[in-house]
Structures are given as C-alpha cells and as structure tokens.
Design a protein around this ligand. Structure first.
Ligand code: RB5
Length: 142
C-alpha cells in the first residue's frame, strides 16, 4: 500500500515542497500548503501538519521553513509528534530507527534540493528499530 506523507511549509519552503513532490513519486502526498510567496507564519503550518499526522491523515510528515527550526518547534508542541530537524541522511536514518520520528523538518534556505530529497527518501524508507528504544520513545509522550 502506498504510504501517505503530509507535507507543509511556510513561504520559505514552497519551492522545496514543490521539488520534493515532483521528485518523490512513490508516496501519496497530502499537501497542506503554503502555496505562494506571500509571507505566512510557520507555526500555523507546523500545527497543521502535526494535527494531520497525529490524527492519522498521514503516516509521516515533511515540514519545511527557512531554517527548519521554527516549524520543528511548532510541530513538537503536539505530544503525539516527534519532529526531527535533519541536515543529512544519517540523521534521517537514526531519527527513524531510534526516535520513531514521525515528521522530518528541513531548512529550505540551508539544505540543498538534492540533499533534501535524499533526506526525505531515507526518512520514509527507514523503519523504527523498536527494542531498547520503545521505552524511551514512550517517555516522550508522557
Ligand atoms: C521566515 O522568514 C523564517 O523565519 C522561517 O522560515 C523560519 O526560518 C523560522 O524558523
């Protein structure tokens, strides 16, 4: 079954969001905006994607702002979300294996398109390892 992946960004991430949707075609994208160059507030899109993933509208999420920092803070306000700002593919793999992260965050002004694509592909294909990590991840939700 095709995995559903939510994607959201502020104005700083629109071009990268479009690039990722165009390049990664083996997932079903749930696009939550933004879509224009008009300035918007990253918390609005962080809360939106957090609600979508927490509510089961998508299994995983990709959240983008200029640095990736603001939207990751917003996503992590939701107790059901483990959002990880990743700047390389090792971070993307480890945050799935160890943290069972459900949203990957990207800084569109800091991470190039091709690397961002590889980060997202790694994030989506990597499974949670379980085992010793289960108790630790459960503590994050309490
Ligand atoms: C928007 O200018 C910028 O502040 C935002 O995209 C993000 O980098 C915040 O963390």
């Amino acid at each position: 079954m095709t995995i559903k992946v939510a994607i959201a960004c502020d104005h700083g991430g629109v071009a990268l969001k479009n690039y990722l949707k165009q390049q990664i075609t083996n997932v079903e994208w749930v696009d939550l905006g933004a879509n224009g160059t008009e300035s918007v507030d990253y918390p609005d899109y962080g809360y939106k994607i957090a609600d979508a993933v927490a509510g089961g509208q998508a299994q995983l999420g990709v959240a983008i702002c200029g640095s990736g920092i603001g939207i990751s803070i917003a996503c992590n306000r939701n107790k059901a979300i483990r959002a990880a700002l990743c700047t390389d593919t090792t971070m993307a793999r480890l945050t799935r294996e160890h943290n069972d992260a459900n949203i990957v965050c990207l800084g569109a002004r800091l991470t190039g398109d091709v690397l961002a694509k590889e980060i997202v592909e790694t994030f989506i294909k990597t499974e949670f390892e379980g085992g010793r990590h289960v108790t630790r991840v459960e503590k994050l939700t309490k």
